[in-house]
Design a protein around this ligand. Structure first.
Ligand code: PMV
Length: 389
């Protein structure tokens, strides 16, 4: 039985993953979760990968001690969670806002239940935390009926507290997370999802949890890598500027070069850390080789790769070239039902015999088939959304 002091607030939302083109790596402030550099990402559609979250907030009597930190009891999918600190920070942030519902709830003891489903491998560099924290923030917004009150920009500041990169999943299309000062770090949308017909192919080579979380990894890199200092002082801002220029011009050739270089530079900084960190594996290296080969054969860049803190590859291309990319990787990896001559014709490659040899050489050196587990295609998508039943 619910007495009149006990109220229930329920909200549901869906969050997308995003893939960083210019990487966030290294915090300026560990508590506020503010980054050392701006980052840019693509928000991906939620056809296959997403998080759906339901939040139930129950006020269960007054918080007599007024100890705000302790007024929340949290159950995640029915269990107490290990990652409650960041999630609690998100709730505390909502409760500290200057709206009647937030003020009222902050004086109550709260029993909060989070039920959530993820449709992808967690902690394998597939941005699961970004989609789950973005979904959580939208679900709370809906539960507290703040959806017409809080702007998306405000929501990015709150999502950041759950997982830095989550702030970029609030918006769809192409987004930038701006370092800002203090608590004012937020994400903005640079372009909406239809601005440029870009596709993304995720090649999953590993579904295992990564050994070193991104939070831990970026801390080690920041503390120990000289190369990382150089990245922050001399490289990353140049990449940001050049990427924005290529986006403005829709120049895929330079766009892809910067994406590849930023991924390489980020992983080089990880390797340069002490102890050294390696998120990539043999299969990741092989996919990079394939992308370089494909671009060389085509005579210009039609495909970029990027890797987050995991070995799974994200390939980025213009959808007008999707068929070439699909067939190339099908021929290399998956099945032999693609004919090399058809592939060469599709790619409009000249110097046929030499190039056939090059593709076949690459195919011969591929890792065992079972290591390349799955390929998933995305288009650019919308930001996190409230689900109304
Ligand atoms: O948001 P976090 O703490 O999971 O860190 C994400 C770090 C990278 O995925 C490697 C890069 C990025 O910008 O998303």
């Amino acid at each position: 039985m619910i007495n009149k002091k006990e109220k229930i607030y329920i909200g549901k939302a869906k969050g997308p993953i995003n893939i960083a083109l210019i990487k966030y790596w290294g915090k300026a402030d560990e508590e506020l979760i503010t980054p050392l550099n701006n980052s840019i990402s693509l928000t991906l559609d939620t056809n296959t990968f997403y998080t759906e979250t339901k939040v139930t907030i129950q006020s269960i009597g007054e918080n007599k001690d007024k100890i705000k930190e302790n007024n929340i009891s949290l159950k995640i999918n029915g269990n107490p969670s290990k990652i409650t600190k960041r999630i609690k920070n998100i709730f505390q942030k909502f409760l500290s806002l200057d709206y009647p519902i937030c003020k009222e709830l902050s004086s109550f003891l709260l029993d909060i239940k989070i039920e959530s489903i993820n449709t992808f491998p967690i902690a394998s560099g597939c941005a699961s935390s970004a989609s789950s924290m973005a979904a959580l923030v939208l679900a709370i917004t809906s539960a507290l009926k703040l959806d017409n009150i809080l702007s998306k920009t405000e929501l990015t500041k709150i999502a950041r507290l759950g997982s830095g990169s989550a702030c970029r999943s609030i918006f769809g299309g192409i987004c930038e997370w701006i370092t800002g000062t203090g608590d004012n770090s937020l994400a903005v949308q640079l372009y909406e999802k239809n601005y440029w017909d870009i596709g993304v192919k995720l090649i999953i080579v590993n579904q295992k949890e990564k050994d070193i979380s991104s939070s831990e990894g970026m801390k080690i890199t920041k503390e120990t890598s000289e190369l990382f200092k150089y990245r922050i002082e001399h490289i990353v801002n140049k990449h940001l500027e050049n990427l924005k220029e290529s986006l403005k011009e829709k120049n895929f050739n330079s766009f892809s070069e910067i994406i590849i270089k930023d991924s390489n530079n980020f992983h080089a900084c990880c390797r340069d850390s002490y102890p050294s960190i390696n998120y990539l594996n043999e299969e990741s290296d092989y996919i990079m080789k394939c992308v370089f080969c494909l671009n060389k054969l085509y005579g210009q860049n039609i495909c970029a790769y990027t890797f987050d803190a995991g070995s799974n590859a994200f390939l980025i291309y213009e959808n007008k070239n999707k068929k070439i990319i699909d067939n190339f990787f099908k021929y290399i990896f998956v099945f032999d039902d693609i004919n090399i001559d058809d592939l060469i014709k599709l790619m409009e490659i000249k110097n046929i015999e030499n190039n056939k040899n090059e593709i076949n050489k690459l195919k011969m050196s591929k890792p065992p088939k079972e290591k390349i587990m799955n390929q998933i295609d995305f288009n650019l998508g919308d930001g996190a959304k409230i689900l109304y039943d």
